[in-house]
Design a protein around this ligand. Structure first.
Ligand code: NAD
Length: 437
């Protein structure tokens, strides 16, 4: 099949590459000229494990191409994916200007039957809006609009795309349904379901899924905070809870709050949709409130430890990305935590395996960066772990003790065992577990 993907970011590039991998011819379109130039030179502008192998193979074999020219990009395409940004607008609702703008452009240039597919996360009713824009200029038999929300996770995006738990397709057109079935058939050979439904339900499914996951995180963060007050250990509680098959083990890890480009904006957008429809979605409002508070928990622990004043103190920071295995720092808790530590007078020496370039754009020379994790410790008073990259999990405690001014660790992700910390002689404060002093 000939496929066009409009928007070549985390979702668009993975989508385009994975469809090329199953033998389709894909053209990815982006307005960012620098990005397209890099892609044409064979350079991947994001960090996503495993993407490089597929990208190299498919660009080399001519199945994956890039352009800034929308008309050229959609020439001969049977399907057009919209993988465009839907950032939060000022009032918290999803900003649809990118999606609507491209839909208007497409209405001028589509000249044969095409399935236009919303892959962006968009509020309920958007497929109808895109349909209305297209039908302004195009005859109804020239297009169908489908809602096909994406569930990939950054960091394991290629795997998620190649082997999805399920594919959700919202369409009321039999013709589009047939095209979508053909398109996804290679990805669900093990029998994972493709759920066909109406457009509105498909759009709602994505928001419901992300909001539920965010709710689990906020719930566990509240449990963790209470564990600290009553002297319980959230790790044990998590294991005890999660082994109940009605609950499940995943997404029960407390920490410094959820971040990233999806959960914060999607929870906010769903709450906004609810409000617009006269519904007070009380759980979502709490989920957001809890998360905002949780982002300050680690900095508060650090500031309290130093009696409220960090001037003259240097804090080593391990991990900046909003989660491991990505360079994405959108809404990353690390940004909030570092800002607060700076405001309290601290100097920061940070290391992240992939996200430092992006963080430099935010903080410039207000913080220092290290080439590798142990270098952050030289001249630092204590260590804060913010993102649980695997490389931080089994450090040399001897080197930590030797390099740090004091053997003090603040762990926002509970990656170390308090018993080991005690034996190794550290002051150790984590989330939802008793302090080791
Ligand atoms: P992104 O910001 O990484 O990428 C968007 C791309 O679109 C950018 O490269 C940008 O230059 C390009 N663009 C903007 N306007 C354009 C235009 N007029 N024509 C062509 N290209 C244009 O965003 P993303 O993280 O890939 O997210 C895209 C959508 O997918 C969002 O709605 C998001 O909520 C959703 N989503 C994201 C994830 C994720 O993990 N990142 C997962 C599931 C769904």
């Amino acid at each position: 099949m000939n496929i066009a993907v409009i928007g070549t970011g985390y979702v668009g590039l993975v989508t385009g590459t994975c469809f090329a991998e199953t033998g389709n011819h894909v053209i990815c379109v982006d307005i960012d000229e620098k990005k397209v130039e890099r892609l044409k030179q064979g350079e991947i502008p994001i960090y996503e494990p495993g993407l490089d192998i597929l990208f190299d193979r498919n660009t080399r074999q001519g199945r994956l191409k890039f352009t800034t020219n929308l008309k050229e990009g959609i020439q001969g395409a049977e399907v057009i994916f919209l993988a465009l940004p839907t950032p939060p607008g000022e009032d918290g609702s999803a900003d649809l200007s990118y999606v609507m703008g491209v839909a208007a452009d497409l209405s001028e240039i589509i000249d044969a039957y095409t399935v236009v597919i919303d892959k962006s996360t968009v509020p309920v009713g958007t497929a109808e809006k895109v349909h209305a824009i297209l039908s302004d200029k195009l005859s109804e038999d020239l297009f169908d609009v489908v809602s096909n929300p994406e569930f990939l996770r950054e960091g394991v995006a290629v795997d998620d795309f190649m082997r999805p738990d399920r594919v959700v397709v919202g369409t009321s057109s039999e013709r589009a349904k047939e095209v979508m079935s053909r398109l996804y058939e290679p990805f669900v050979r093990q029998g994972n379901p493709v759920y066909f439904m109406d457009e509105r339900s498909a759009e709602m499914t994505k928001y419901a899924a992300n909001s539920y996951l965010a709710t689990r995180i906020s719930f566990m963060n509240e449990i963790a905070n209470l564990c600290e007050k009553v002297g319980a250990n959230v790790d044990m509680v998590r294991l005890g809870m999660g082994s109940d098959s009605r609950i499940g083990k995943r997404f029960l890890f407390p920490g410094v709050g959820y971040g990233g480009s999806c959960f914060p904006k999607d929870v906010q957008a769903l709450a906004k949709t609810a409000a617009e429809n006269g519904y007070d979605f009380r759980i979502l409002n709490s989920v957001m409130g809890v998360n905002d508070k949780q982002k300050h928990i680690l900095s508060k622990k650090i500031i309290d430890y130093y009696g409220g004043n960090l001037s003259g103190k240097t804090i080593a920071v391990w991990g900046l990305a909003f989660k491991p295995n990505t360079d994405d720092i959108r809404e990353a808790p690390a940004l909030t935590i570092i800002e607060e530590l700076l405001n309290a007078g601290a100097s920061i020496k940070a290391f992240d395996p992939e996200a430092m370039e992006n963080v430099k754009q935010v903080f410039g020379d207000r913080i220092q960066f290290a080439e590798e994790q142990y270098e952050t410790l030289i001249g630092a008073d204590s260590l804060a772990v913010i993102t649980e990259w695997p490389v931080f999990r089994a450090p040399s405690y001897k080197v930590l003790r030797e390099l740090l001014g004091e053997p003090v660790i603040f762990d926002g992700r509970n990656i170390y065992d308090p018993k080991v910390m005690e034996t190794e002689g550290f002051y150790y404060d984590s989330i939802g577990r008793n302090k080791v002093v």
